[in-house]
Design a protein around this ligand. Structure first.
Ligand SMILES: Nc1ncnc2c1ncn2[C@@H]1O[C@H](COP(=O)(O)OP(=O)(O)OP(=O)(O)O)[C@@H](O)[C@H]1O
Ligand SMILES: [Mg+2]
Length: 461
């Protein structure tokens, strides 16, 4: 016999208020809305932050495909229904637009135009006061004659969508946000937002691995993409890519790991390039994994509990890319701010980054050994003439890939005329540095003794 069911509709007042605290910060919230614009095939996304006390607003406007009135209403539903493409969908939960927006403001309006021919613009809004008052899951229609210019203007030229945040209680943080403090706070947040968007969407902005490039602006100024791996710098070392296969229960797919060692500070092409490469949280905190889901960055830096942050490995950064089919494995959260590495692959990740750690340490130690000087550095003296190493030693010492890679890269990349090969002669200093880079604390005195002996022997010969 069928049991009697009781439908329990959540209290709108309680739930919408509680969902404001899902953990978004301002920049992450804007990024979640930008995700939707990218998915809507936008090529231009304009973020405008306007300070005017109580009337301050944030607007995210795109030139994507737009939505019909029914689609706008569905988009505004908590738990919106949609089919997701598991290879490149940025959305997943049907929540982001609402939870991200309402975490920052008390009124969210979505206006959209889906026809290229007709300039019909439709708009609906979630208003927290209305929900609190009625305790209903009810949005409000914004008829044409009540649509302010700020909503309509970006849609006059063609299709697209405008998301408007008003009553920015969480952003401004002041009951009466007229003072200089509120204004200053907003301008600091704008700076952080610019950096965040340039980082999170850098692949979309440069067209790397994606079908459509996106141009992002903040208050009319183009946002610059930030490449965490400083690949434009000649001294950046790109290590071999590793592809891991994840296959567990119903979830399967590839994870691509691409490690980089950034140049040590003296090897950057300019002081500005070095400072830019540091990243928003600076060198130490920016080491580690940069995790991309469908080419959108979810995590920037940190080692996901595989290692701790360490001054000696601060030049090591790793791109880890996966497709949404692996969401389960990475346990992505709604705010798209956090993931976990699949536990089953922990050892493989450790193995994949082993050479990177050693090379980054050796690159760092070379920096530590050279006398500190301001960037740009004085031209480095030419490399000492290579000391011929007896063949027996080459065989024993140089056959390790790690030593070869670290020494040849950490050696004189910046001033080398061309790529160095493993077969070249090494200087004693290079060899010693490479050995020290991978030695344990106990082995360091032994290496020192062996090299002293070797130097004496070569002198004798
Ligand atoms: N700028 C936009 N242009 C066109 N459609 C949009 C836009 N923003 C949202 N939508 C539609 O509204 C739906 C709901 O968006 P929302 O961000 O709430 O959820 P999602 O993107 O599906 O998943 P997630 O919660 O992971 O972000 C989207 O799936 C999309 O269909
Ligand atoms: Mg979304």
């Amino acid at each position: 016999m069928a049991r009697k069911g009781f439908e329990l509709i959540p209290s709108a007042r309680r739930l919408i208020t509680s969902l404001r605290d899902m953990g978004y910060d301002f920049a992450a919230a804007v990024a979640d809305v930008v995700d939707n614009s990218i998915e809507a095939k936008a090529s231009r996304i304009a973020v405008d932050v306007h300070f005017d006390g109580d009337d301050s607003s944030v607007r995210i406007a795109d030139n994507g495909v737009g939505m019909t009135p029914a689609q706008i209403r569905e988009a505004l539903r908590y738990g919106a229904e949609r089919d997701y493409d598991t290879t490149e969908a940025l959305g997943k939960f049907g929540l982001g637009l609402k939870t991200a927006s309402m975490s920052q403001c008390q009124r969210l309006t979505v206006a959209s135009r889906s026809s290229t021919e007709r300039a019909d613009i439709y708009a609906h809004a979630w208003d927290l006061d209305h929900v609190v008052e009625t305790d209903r899951w009810e949005i409000i229609e914004v008829p044409r004659n009540e649509q302010p210019e700020v909503l309509r203007k970006p849609l006059l030229e063609g299709t697209g969508t405008v998301v408007l945040w008003q009553r920015l209680d969480r952003i401004l943080g002041y009951k009466h946000p007229y003072g200089q403090m509120a204004k200053k706070r907003l301008s600091v947040m704008c700076r952080e937002l610019e950096v965040h968007l340039g980082m999170v969407f850098h692949r979309y902005m440069t067209g790397e691995g994606v079908t459509r490039k996106v141009r992002l602006t903040l208050n009319g100024n183009a946002i610059k993409p930030w490449d965490p791996f400083a690949r434009g710098e000649p001294a950046t070392q790109s290590l071999e890519k590793v592809t891991l296969q994840y296959d567990h229960e119903a979830t399967a797919g590839e994870i691509v790991i691409q490690p980089f060692v950034l140049p040590h500070q003296d090897d950057f092409s300019s002081p500005q390039a070095r400072d830019e490469a540091a990243g928003p949280d600076k060198w130490n905190k920016q080491q580690g994994f940069y995790i991309y889901r469908a080419n959108r960055m979810i995590q920037s830096g940190g080692w996901c509990n595989l290692r701790t942050l360490d001054e000696h490995t601060k030049l090591a950064r790793v791109a880890i890319s996966f497709r949404p089919a692996l969401d389960e494995a990475f346990r992505i959260n709604v705010a798209k701010m956090k993931v976990q590495l699949p536990q089953q692959l922990k050892e493989q990740f450790e193995k994949a980054i082993g050479p990177l750690i050693k090379i980054s340490q050796s690159t760092y130690r070379r920096a530590a050994r050279s006398a500190p000087h301001a960037v740009p550095p004085a031209p480095r003296p030419p490399a000492p003439s290579p000391v011929p190493i007896p063949l027996a030693h080459q065989d024993q010492t140089l056959r390790s890939d790690v030593v070869m890679a670290s020494a040849s890269r950490a050696g004189y990349v910046a001033d080398s005329a061309g790529p160095r090969t493993a077969s070249r002669l090494w200087t004693m200093e290079e060899l010693r540095a490479s050995a020290e880079a991978i030695a344990t604390t106990e082995e360091l005195p032994i290496i020192s003794a062996v090299f002293k002996r070797l130097a004496r022997r070569l002198d004798d010969e």
